[in-house]
Ligand binder design. Sequence first.
Ligand code: UT7
Length: 322
Amino acid sequence: MTRRAIISGTGSALPRTCVTNEELAERVDTTDEWIRERTGITMRYIAEHDELTSTLAIDASRRALEAANMQASDIDLIIVATATPDQTFPATATKVQAALGNHGCTAFDVAAVCSGFLYAMQVVDSMIRANSATNALVIGSETFSRILDWEDRTTCVLFGDGAGAVVLSAQDDAGDNTGILACQMHADGRHHDLLYVDGGPSTTKTVGKLRMKGREVFRHAVVNLAEVMRETLAQAGLSLADIDWVVPHQANARILDATARKLGLKAEQVVVTVDKHANTSAASVPLALDTAIRDGRIKRGDILVLEAMGGGFTWGACIVRY
Ligand code: UT7
């Protein structure tokens, strides 16, 4: 009997305040034209003081639970993927757990930056297959606006805040090949200084600010993402022709185009939300997934490839039949 992790509900949450490129250009030495042409971004949401990584995660989780027709008490595993936790510890997942009114289930955070949600999906997939979890809430939530250097125009225009959540449930006879079919995660720590935060408790005792060598990250992203998508498809016994939708990490519209072109996929098969959300790191894949499910693009039975690449470097892909 095959036991698989199926998607039973999704949800997402954005901060109240939207900042357009034009508004940003009043504070930062940049232009709407530059941001649009180089990244495809037109706007992003920025958290107010009362909006935290945990509160965005809680809102997204409530929506995912509602979509799954479940109560918080049905959940036995909560994972939050984030690089911007409310505090260094405890895990943001425990704050989400308490707010939802679930007491006692396993709850922890995963830190793999922009690939964090994909890493968390693989952990949930393994735990569900091993009978260690039945209904898991896996969340990507970030407030990157808090770690941006607003004086550095090469990075601060690229990111936004938000959260996405997915309820993954065990299905004991997934004979119809539904749910997570394959996951491949990678890391190469030799490149840690191409995308990192210049602070931390054990180094500077400060939170630090995001630093990135954008051009080099771009180059690695296209190569690594195309490779890991092929590898994951092979693991699932599928080919590129079987893909209905790519739900990518939303870093830059040009990375999405270049990766699709490299694999021979059509631009219409790629879910794009970077124009409205900018790069929300670990939140970007579940945010894009929820958007395309709610607007009716992604339908039950569709084959999805979720993929991401980020600081570390870390990267990975997941194949799911929705
Ligand atoms: O989520 C993790 C993964 N992250 C990514 O995947 C990011 C990957 N990298 C990228 O998306 C792109 O490399 C960027 C969007 C960050 C930059 O695009 P680029 O085409 O690689 O531009 P560049 O860094 O080579 O800069 C080109 C020019 C420079 O001026 P000069 O030296 O040619 O005179 C920059 O100073 O653009 C200038 N520039 C800006 N101008 C106006 C850089 N940032 C800005 C800005 N506004 N915000």
